[in-house]
Design a protein around this ligand. Structure first.
Ligand code: NAD
Length: 276
């Protein structure tokens, strides 16, 4: 672990004085957990949020103690919950929000091992609502409440199955394609009207609770690790990257899907990969 949140090393002070909201920290493997730790290490004040169920089964209270903050329960599919979250977060943080991480995803079809060619459409709606539409709902609530500071930064986590066929990723592929599209469409409006930037980070396969729910994850992980010139990006490395995108050093980056994958997305044939 890079930091003990009770005793920070202010690595670069990139987020000094900034206020943020982090969705999706479930346990120490979660990408959001690493982002929360890294953001606090860089001087930010944060609020954590997850569903009431995740708060019961996960370890989020441990993270909140370490980061000296509060947890505000919210189901990201509920506009009412999101309104309450944004109001309470601004109260707790003492002003407008500088950054938000949407690290939320779930497919009931994947969870129930239903093959893509036999997909259940009620489950499909839930996948889209949780993993994509929730991002629009969040952005709309932030926009309506004028809750983001100028040059604030909102990041959602995506995966390359939005562009390429990845067997086993099922309806999450459609959800990620929609997520990335929402970042572009809302980014155009939020940028022009309020100078807020919106991006998605397309991360390597990562061994988290959500990641390990994908069929064949271990093989997928090894395949991309072998093919990527720099190897797979870890959750900690994702946190490093996300922190730069929250910082003032990236003020003109918006409406992008940014690959964070050791070069995997641009590779064709790898001599090293072929040998393996
Ligand atoms: N692990 C990977 O290989 C990988 C790769 C690329 C992108 N991602 C994306 O990263 C994000 C975080 O996933 P992770 O890998 O850290 O796994 P994770 O299981 O630790 O995190 C997923 C989170 O989504 C939350 N969530 C589910 N339904 C919700 C709802 N209705 N409202 C609010 N929160 C809800 C869960 O409680 C959990 O905290 C997801 O969007 C995932 O698709 C993961």
């Amino acid at each position: 672990m890079r930091c003990n949140c009770n005793n920070f090393t202010m690595a670069y002070n990139l987020l000094k004085g900034k206020r943020g909201v982090i969705f999706g920290a479930l346990n120490e493997q979660s990408i959001a957990w690493k982002v929360a730790e890294r953001a606090v290490e860089e001087g930010a004040q944060i609020v954590l949020t997850n569903t009431p169920v995740a708060l019961r089964i996960g370890a989020v209270s441990k993270l909140s103690e370490r980061c000296n903050t509060i947890i505000i329960p919210a189901d990201a599919t509920s506009v009412e919950d999101l309104k309450n979250l944004v109001d309470k977060a601004m109260d707790h943080l003492g002003g407008k929000i500088d950054f938000v991480l949407h690290s939320v995803g779930m497919s009931p079809n994947i969870r129930k091992n239903i093959p893509y060619e036999k997909i259940d459409y009620n489950n499909f709606f839930k996948t889209i609502d949780i993993s994509a539409l929730s991002f629009h709902k969040l952005l709309q609530v932030l926009y309506e409440k004028d809750a983001m500071a100028e040059y604030g930064s909102v990041i959602a986590l995506s995966y390359i199955a939005a562009q390429r066929a990845v067997e086993g990723y099922s309806d999450m592929a459609e959800a990620k394609a929609m997520l990335e599209s929402i970042a572009r469409s809302f980014g155009a409006i939020y940028g022009r009207k309020r100078k807020v930037r919106i991006n998605t980070v397309s991360q390597s396969p990562t061994l988290t609770t959500a990641g390990q729910g994908i069929a064949g994850m271990a093989d997928m992980y090894n395949h991309t690790n072998n093919l990527s010139p720099l190897g797979n990006a870890s959750a900690e490395e994702c946190a490093d990257y996300v922190v730069t995108l929250f910082s003032d050093l990236t003020r003109k980056v918006t409406m992008q899907n940014l690959y964070h994958d050791g070069g995997y997305s641009t590779m064709g044939i790898s001599a090293e990969g072929l040998k393996k």
